[in-house]
Design a protein. Structure first.
Length: 233
């Protein structure tokens, strides 16, 4: 799990949650810290009970996709995927905002917002993770051999062309995507994201907003269209 702008304390908390290392979460909480989830507040020993019951006996992936920090307060948007055991499992994904208040490196308060259910294929989560961690091999593995990428009206057909595009435009420019909106539309997933990286930013807006239009079949992306988004989000 990686996301360049996420607060280190929150990252450690999410990693411990995913790895079910509940004992590793408690040292991150300040004395008297309160965690609020689904309208219930947990303190002290109750924190351990909440941590142990969070999606019990199910494999969990928590993917941070956006982060905003204002002083001691941070909001991290995460996509949580629960694997139900099926090879093509696309259900059990949902988006949540985790609002954290820090005191130094300790969490004073953590408010876990309501979940928005997503029919988001796991392969798209893998693409986001690979792009944000600059992992070329993992990114290429998300595509079908005969997939199409259209980036700003330029076509890249098949794995060899996509590999050259990704190495140059994504990994080479160290491009990252901070997801701000997800729309499911007739089997396609359109992700609007603020992107950043080492590309030439002259004449471009800040932030640069792109729409990533994914079509997946099974566990592979068969088409990705990337367009600059100039509509308010």
């Amino acid at each position: 799990m990686v996301f360049p702008e996420i607060d280190r304390t929150m990252e450690m908390f999410l990693v411990a949650l995913v790895e079910r290392k509940y004992a590793g979460m408690l040292p991150l909480m300040a004395d008297g810290a309160v965690l609020t989830h689904e309208g219930n507040a947990y303190r002290g020993d109750a924190l351990s009970a909440w941590m142990a019951s969070f999606f019990p006996d199910r494999k969990l992936l928590v993917q941070p996709v956006n982060a905003a920090t204002h002083g001691a307060n941070s909001v991290v948007t995460v996509i949580v995927s629960v694997a139900a055991g099926g090879a093509d499992d696309e259900a059990g994904s949902f988006q949540m905002d985790w609002k954290m208040t820090l005191s130094g490196s300790k969490i004073l308060a953590l408010d876990i917002g309501p979940a928005t259910t997503l029919r988001l294929p796991a392969v798209i989560l893998t693409y986001i993770r690979a792009m944000n961690s600059f992992d070329l091999d993992q990114l290429l593995d998300t595509f079908a051999d005969d997939a199409l990428v259209n980036d700003q009206l330029r076509d890249y057909w098949g794995k060899p062309a996509i590999a050259e595009w990704a190495a140059r435009e994504i990994i080479g420019d160290r491009m990252t995507m901070a997801v701000v909106k997800i729309v499911e539309h007739y089997g396609s997933v359109i992700i609007t994201a603020n992107v950043d990286g080492d590309y030439d930013k002259r004449g471009l807006p800040e932030p640069l907003v792109l729409a990533f239009c994914f079509s997946a079949l099974g566990d592979k992306i068969v088409q990705l269209i990337i367009l600059r988004n100039i509509v308010d989000i």
